[in-house]
Design a protein around this ligand. Structure first.
Ligand code: MG
Length: 164
């Protein structure tokens, strides 16, 4: 049986993952409206992954006899000043999620919840990847800033990203 403290913290994290999914779906719509479908493809896939993250926490609670309590998902922004601004927000958002995963791990340590610690190891590794990917795309964009042709080439590359 999972502790009430751990259960509440995981329910909060489910909400954060769902919000991430919502935010990326909103960004995908922004990029597609801007005729950058490759960025849209990348963010649609990111949105699906965030939904899968929420489900990992959801399943963990259920497997351990906990109660899933879904909360209202805040409305994400619907527009950004530029492609660079949006991608920069992906990186800062992922850094924020990393902190919340680390905070959750602290709760699992305090609660001596070994099962949650094992589950969270996957998320800690996943966040390293999420930040590295967003950071690499942002670095490419900084190099090619103001060169629209290069932005279109990057859009083409992101359009090839498939679900893994
Ligand atoms: Mg996530």
């Amino acid at each position: 049986m999972i502790s009430k403290v751990m259960q509440a913290a995981i329910n909060e994290q489910i909400n954060k993952e769902m919000f991430s999914s919502y935010l990326y779906l909103s960004m995908a719509a922004y990029f597609e409206a801007e005729n950058l479908p490759g960025f849209g493809n990348w963010l649609r896939i990111q949105a699906e992954e965030e939904n899968e993250h929420a489900m990992k926490f959801y399943n963990h609670l259920l497997e351990r006899g906990g109660k899933v309590e879904l909360k209202a998902i805040a409305a994400p922004k619907t527009s950004w000043g530029s492609a660079m601004e949006a991608v920069s927000e992906v990186l800062t958002h992922e850094q924020h999620v990393t902190k919340s995963i680390h905070d959750l791990y602290e709760v699992a340590l305090k609660e001596k919840d070994y099962a949650a610690q094992v589950m969270l190891h996957w998320f800690i590794g996943e966040q390293v990847e999420e930040e590295a990917n967003a950071s690499a795309i942002l670095d490419n964009m900084k190099r090619i800033e103001a060169h629209d042709t290069a932005i279109l080439m990057l859009d083409h590359r992101l359009g090839k990203r498939k679900e893994d």
